[in-house]
Design a binder for this molecule. Sequence first.
Ligand SMILES: *Cc1c(COP(=O)(O)O)cnc(C)c1O
Length: 502
Amino acid sequence: MKHSETVDSFDRFFLHQGESGLKAYEEAVQMTKDILMSEIEEHPSPYSGKRPDELEKSIEKMRLSSPSGEDIETVLTDIKEQIMRHTIRVSHPKSIAHLHCPPLIASIAAEMIISAFNQSMDSWDQSPSATYVEKEMIHWLCRQFNYPSQADGAFTSGGTQSNYTGLLLARDYFCQTRLNWDVKKKGLPPEARRMKILCSESAHFSVRKSASQLGLGEDSVIPVKIDNHFRMSMKDLDHKLDEIKKKGNLPIAIAATCGTTDFGSIDPMPLIAEAAKKHNLWLHVDAAYGGALVLSGRHRYKLNGIQEADSIAVDFHKLFYQPISCGALLLKESKHFQLMKLHADYLNPEEDVIDGMINLVEKSVQTTRRFDALKLLMALRIVGTENFARMIDYTIHLANDTVKEIERHEAFEIINKKPELNALVFRYTPGLGDTDKENQINRKIQQSLLIQGFAAIAKTSVFGKTCLKLTLLNPRTTLSDIREILREISLLGHQMTSKKEA
Ligand SMILES: *Cc1c(COP(=O)(O)O)cnc(C)c1O
């Protein structure tokens, strides 16, 4: 094979200015778009209803590769029937299970640009314009959170990575300022076994997971009791801090939550900020879910005090309606990024840094990193911040109306009556006086709704009781969708209860 022949035959696989590249790209995009749209039109329900074992079997049989390559239409048709057909339809108004949002069209379009240009955010020479876009988006976000001008941040893969990075900085800050110990160089200090992180009982499990990965161990996380509204109890926070100190242990950080995953509850930020200051603790705020309230004129007051946090985690693939993945970690003091700065000679050689060149690799636990800032930018411009505010306000309003609907049903018990965001937890309670049986009924209701393809709702466990959960992120969900779902739950619950008694 001649060298020139080889190159020509690869041309149609890549996007380039030559005719073959452009044409192949156009065809692929057109075909993908057509097939995707036809699937969405023909099969609109939240889920196909295919059972897990059947689905596993059919996908095991799917062809995964081909020696000489297949025609795109054949492959896409296969993918349509085997894969697209059995996806959870996140944009369906009755798809209200998790913090799993319908993505904005503006951002889906942005994904095309992100993948076509494939910039990597680690170094300027792999992402020249993208580097400054991310920098500007981060500063825009910092201003939304009322952070000072020296604040900074970086995009992340989501809340888990943001929480991990925030707590890593908290750990290393404590070691450096209080123990004069450089964790980056020397690893954990002998005092590590005594270091403690406080968060509420309702905090996200990634706080514990981070502590475990950071070498502090899960037991270093001290759960603080919650009040009647599922917020961190200030009384218990004081109590736990006293206890930690009495035992000779070392509190290093408080991880507060703005928008708990189950209830959307918001910890009392100003009081927690005061406690963190008094005890000289790093304050990390997990605002993965609730951070979006910065866009709402009506609800943003609920985040008051968040600007005192040393670090903030925010997710855009939740209430900012971005395709997965998209999140950020914001830092009140840019200089704290120094705590995790390590040099890779090939990425940030100091000798050839030219005017204004920055390498974002220093601000992330990742190296190669997606240009996710672009999709947020495109959405904020095309949709407009006022529409974001209206959508968020609508869903919170819907959650409050849903509470009233739930209360209208005798066999329902609502767990969080006063939602600050748009997540609701409730339970079907036919009054059997048998918690195990009732748990089982609630589990079955959730499964049935999904397998029927009627609705995707979630379940969770609260104080040992299985509950149902609605996460009302979708601004296209209406009260009549909710009424239909509640009616169906009631019907299923009734059937299951009478079968049990028979
Ligand atoms: C979703 C969520 C996380 C985890 O974020 P990912 O983006 O899934 O990694 C962390 N904290 C809270 C409060 C969340 O709701």
